[in-house]
Design a protein around this ligand. Structure first.
Ligand SMILES: Nc1ncnc2c1ncn2[C@@H]1O[C@H](COP(=O)(O)OP(=O)(O)OP(=O)(O)O)[C@@H](O)[C@H]1O
Length: 261
């Protein structure tokens, strides 16, 4: 196996059996994610973005085809704690402090108190929340809560971070700021990131690879390798190169909609 390949989906198919009949959520999905990639998944509601991310995390079982993570099955990778997962809402437990929330996966894994304290301090610093460990979630702004949720996903230092639309509920200024911070974190930690979004500018700004999907059944309609430099500031959104990539994403989304009728 190529050393650099982290996630590989081959002819992935996933159908949910529901009371209203089968829902074909993913069809013929092929994708390779390499070490250090920042991959965004974009597409209209219901095109299977979350399902695909959940399949990578072994939270859904493919009906056909295969998905491997670090050369093993997604399930084995999950047991090896290969990734951290950030959900749409921050999902912090209100009765636990921020540090208490971040510790949770570590407690489950049986880390010692000293190890937990060390990890918590390290990840709080990574997401710029140093000194906020003793606060409760409600004492933090929405953006800070989402950063705390990212810190929890980073707690056991997995190489892969799977993020399901983590900034969707935030206003644009906060989102811009978190996007910048996420890129800094990615550069510092060299993690491989899978990121679901509905926003074209967010996908283009963050990604090295943009996966455009279309619904009914959910499939990949375009994979765009970004030509933007890895080190980028928000100003890059005004460049022609950025606008051209955004245009291609929009075209891909439109084409997907076209055969939707
Ligand atoms: N557990 C489930 N049981 C039945 N159907 C499901 C289940 N999870 C998802 N689906 C269906 O599969 C399809 C893909 O859903 P998914 O949540 O992956 O889409 P999405 O692209 O992430 O959507 P959104 O952008 O709205 O979050 C949808 O039609 C959805 O209703």
């Amino acid at each position: 196996m190529d050393q650099d390949v982290v996630i590989e989906a081959n002819n992935l198919d996933l159908t949910f059996q529901t009371n209203d009949g089968p829902v074909h959520a993913l069809k013929d999905v092929n994708l390779t994610i390499n070490k250090g990639d920042f991959v965004s998944f974009i597409g209209p509601s219901g095109c299977g973005k979350t399902t695909f991310l959940r399949a990578m995390a072994a939270l859904e079982e493919p009906s056909n085809g295969s998905i491997t993570v670090n050369g093993m099955s997604a399930d084995e990778a999950r047991r090896n704690r290969a990734y951290g997962y950030v959900f749409q809402a921050a999902g912090l437990y209100p009765w636990r402090t921020i540090a208490g929330n971040i510790k949770l996966p570590l407690e489950i894994m049986g880390f010692s108190k000293a190890e937990m304290a060390e990890h918590v301090n390290k990840v709080l610093e990574l997401v710029d929340l140093k000194g906020f460990g003793k606060k409760f979630p409600w004492q933090l702004s929405g953006g800070m809560q989402q950063r705390a949720s990212i810190a929890r996903a980073l707690a056991f230092d997995a190489d892969i971070l799977l993020m399901d639309e983590p900034f969707g509920a935030l206003d644009e200024i906060v989102r811009d700021h978190l996007n910048e911070q996420l890129l800094e974190l990615w550069a510092r930690t060299e993690k491989t990131i899978g990121f679901v979004t509905h926003s074209i500018p967010e996908a283009v700004y963050l990604s090295t690879k943009i996966v455009v999907m279309s619904p009914r059944p959910g499939r990949i309609t375009d994979i765009i390798e970004s030509t933007l430099p890895k080190d980028r500031s928000l100003d890059i959104r005004d460049t022609q190169e950025f606008i051209d990539i955004a245009h291609r994403v929009r075209e891909g989304l439109r084409a997907g909609h076209g055969d939707d009728a």
